[in-house]
Design a binder for this molecule. Structure first.
Ligand SMILES: Nc1ncnc2c1ncn2[C@@H]1O[C@H](COP(=O)(O)OP(=O)(O)O)[C@@H](O)[C@H]1O
Ligand SMILES: [Mg+2]
Length: 352
């Protein structure tokens, strides 16, 4: 696994280093290679990916490998800061620029000088502010609000978006000239469900990390939980996976997690598709059918107190067919068995 994991050092005053796990999937190995090449340049980078796919972690990774890794990494969450405030956050202001501006305040662009400025949620920036950002990216120039002088910036800019920026351009919400600027180099993070071969590696990584963090004995996932992890569609991507594993370690019980996953899969909308990637209609439809089958089977099993013979006859399928489908759906073979009865699943960590 060592090869697919890289520790990103943050500056001393920040949180402890946060690991970045790529996994062995071809998609992520390609991202890794590209990120490593990109890191040595100072060209703007656009990171695209659904929420929780690790855009923030990847931005830090690029910074950590860059020649300016000793300088600041400054993040601005553009989606969380309302338009008018965002301008003063980014560019700062001079004393007296507006009511309440009692002192001069440098903006994040200035704080990031010589380092990396990470604009998370770039797609949320108001049209009017997009022009000022273009000026910054194009000419390295900006000024504080209320300021007379043009300031010069030599800061590496990394942007992230969870929407397809070209679609935002098409619909007139994003300036095309700015798009061309921020999109000089693109890193695309695929959703977790599109790279199932990475799920157990990542899950095992977080399992070990949280077991040691909470001083719990090392204990692998049971095969039935591992199957559930593989079957889940992970709409919240790695963030969701990490949170689930952390809860599992804290609660110390596989049952809580199993029923949570099954519940979640039942209440989730049956289709979770990303518009950032091509849609394979046949695959999506087949998945929807399997999801629906799993929900029905689970409901009928519950109704029959997990008597599988009765469930099979209620579903008008053979007992053998039901056993097969239970396995295929990643459902537990019986109602919540304690972990110890399950043979440990072989750790699939490795490669990369
Ligand atoms: N590749 C990864 N390796 C390790 N942890 C990750 C990875 N991607 C995401 N995470 C975890 O998920 C959390 C959310 O990641 P983040 O970068 O904020 O995602 P995004 O910005 O795409 O929503 C991180 O704090 C980290 O704990
Ligand atoms: Mg984020």
């Amino acid at each position: 696994m060592a090869a697919s994991r890289a520790v990103v050092s943050r500056r001393a005053e920040e949180l402890p280093p946060e690991p970045l796990i790529f996994g062995k999937s071809a998609a992520m190995q390609a991202v890794r290679l590209k990120a490593e090449k990109i890191a040595s340049t100072s060209v703007p980078v656009l990171i695209q990916g659904d929420s929780g796919t690790g855009k923030g972690v990847l931005a830090r990774y690029v910074h950590a490998l860059s020649p300016v890794s000793n300088a600041a990494f400054v993040k601005v969450n553009c989606a969380a800061i309302p338009g008018p405030l965002l301008e003063s956050e980014l560019f700062g202001y001079e004393r007296g620029a507006f009511t309440g501006a009692n002192t001069t305040k440098p903006g994040r662009v200035e704080l990031a000088e010589g380092g990396t400025l990470f604009l998370d949620g770039i797609n949320e920036i108001d049209f009017s502010l997009q022009g000022k950002l273009l000026h910054l990216l194009q000419d390295g120039q900006y000024s504080r609000i209320g300021g007379q002088e043009d300031r010069h910036s030599s800061t590496r800019v990394i942007c992230a978006t969870n929407r397809s920026l070209d679609q935002e351009v098409d619909s007139g919400r994003f300036r095309q000239d700015l798009f061309f600027r921020v999109n000089a180099l693109t890193l695309r993070l695929v959703p977790l469900r599109s790279r199932p071969e990475d799920i157990l590696d990542i899950a095992n990584y977080f399992l070990e990390a949280h077991q040691s963090r909470y001083r719990q004995p090392a204990r692998p996932f049971s095969p039935s939980l591992a199957r559930l992890l593989l079957r889940h569609s992970w709409p919240g991507n790695i963030r969701e996976l990490e949170n689930l594993i952390e809860r599992f370690v804290i609660l110390g019980s596989e049952e809580a997690i199993t029923s949570e996953l099954l519940d979640r899969d039942q209440t989730e909308p049956p289709l979770t598709i990303s518009l950032n990637e091509p849609i394979h209609l046949k695959k999506v439809t087949r998945q929807a059918v399997l999801d629906m089958e799993r929900r029905i089977i689970l409901r009928v099993l519950e109704a029959n107190h997990w008597n599988r013979k009765r469930a099979a006859s209620a579903l008008r399928i053979s007992y053998r067919a039901l056993l097969y489908k239970i396995r295929q759906a990643g459902l537990p073979p019986k109602r919540s068995r304690p972990m110890a009865q399950d043979a440990p699943v072989k750790s699939q960590v490795g490669g990369g």
